[in-house]
Design a protein around this ligand. Structure first.
Ligand code: NAD
Length: 311
């Protein structure tokens, strides 16, 4: 029986639970939060919709015991961005949270994969990896899965093609230094750089504007509604399905790189094969002019924060 535990029943944790319930990702879903009223309310609200979704057992509380024997533990707890804050501003508090939380989770669910969503996700994934002692394939972050779907949405909007037929990845940090991999992006097999449709080409200026909108997306949503939640709920649900259904999906999750384009010792997103063993391979997706330098710079930004925090 597959079990997912979600740490943190805030905007993001609740949205992940809701998406996972609707998509029938697992048979058991457990929510844990320090705030007993909040987690109880979310569990009740989810259970009241069960008639209309695939069957699952949804439980939760403020006792970490609810996570026992989970197959995947999703970490969403912690400080979140307030208007004007970058993701890296949250690093110290959320890394400290992992220092006590993660070893307890490993004791309770020794076979689990840890899927980190808490920001700054690359740095917090490094902390979870270090404090868990688990092998690198079992500790990964949602990384740029959400950023890549934002990128695809904007390309789809510009070209008038369904988002599902756009293949494009953002690599690097889930944050301001992230890198759109334009050189390998395609629409129906056509490189986006060759695309010439009714709305015109995806020329350098258009690509820059799209990249800027992806980077600014979270700031725009946080200013408007206080948190990004619905799309990350679906994105994490997709990652959970890839693991629990052993799908071997290519997803740009964040994991500890070991000499990928010369980058190692830092958690960062690259297109990766995700299945029952977690991150089964990090793909050496070719990088175009400028992309390699940008990826190294992104790795440097994450590594500097991690180093400051002793990771
Ligand atoms: P939120 O404030 O709504 O929820 C956080 C929850 O964590 C709260 O309910 C709080 O009680 C709980 N909490 C805090 N410390 C805890 C602990 N030690 N143990 C258990 N529960 C604890 O925040 P949110 O909007 O849900 O965002 C959560 C995190 O997800 C933030 O760090 C945010 O930046 C991040 N996030 C990541 C992505 C991504 O793509 N990786 C996208 C959106 C948000």
């Amino acid at each position: 029986m597959t079990k997912v535990a979600i740490i943190g029943a805030g905007a993001v944790g609740a949205a992940i639970a809701y998406a996972a319930q609707i998509r029938g990702v697992c048979r058991q879903l457990a929510l844990y939060d320090l705030n007993p009223q909040k987690v109880r309310a979310e569990v009740l609200d989810l259970n009241h919709g069960m008639q209309f979704t695939p069957m699952a057992q949804i439980t939760g509380g403020d006792d970490l015991e609810v996570c026992r024997d989970a197959d995947v533990v999703v970490i969403t707890a912690g400080a979140k961005q307030h208007p004007g804050q970058t993701r890296l501003d949250l690093a110290a508090a959320n890394v400290e949270m992992c220092r006590t939380l993660v070893p307890r989770l490993v004791d309770l669910a020794p076979a689990a994969h840890l899927l980190v969503v808490t920001n700054p996700v690359d740095v917090v994934t490094m902390a979870a990896l270090k404090f868990s002692g688990l092998p690198a394939n079992r500790v990964f972050g949602s990384g740029t899965v959400l950023d890549s779907s934002r990128l695809r949405f904007l390309i789809a909007q510009h070209t008038g093609v369904a988002v599902q037929n756009v293949h494009a990845y953002i690599a690097g940090e889930h944050g301001d230094s992230e890198v759109p991999l334009w050189s390998t992006a395609t629409i129906g097999g056509i490189p986006v750089t060759d695309w010439d449709g009714a709305n015109g080409r995806l020329d350098a200026a258009t690509r820059t504007a799209i990249h800027e909108r992806v980077v600014g997306a979270a700031y725009e949503i946080i200013a408007g509604k206080g948190a990004t939640s619905l799309a990350i709920g679906l994105a994490v649900s997709r990652i959970l399905e890839a693991v629990l259904k052993d799908e071997n999906r290519v997803l740009p999750v964040s994991s500890m790189l070991d000499d990928v384009h010369g980058i190692g010792g830092v958690c960062l997103s690259m297109p990766s094969v995700v299945g029952r063993d977690g991150v089964e391979a990090v793909l050496p997706t070719p990088l175009g002019a400028g992309e390699s330098d940008a990826l190294h710079a992104s790795a440097g930004a994450v590594a500097a924060v991690a180093k400051d925090l002793g990771l």
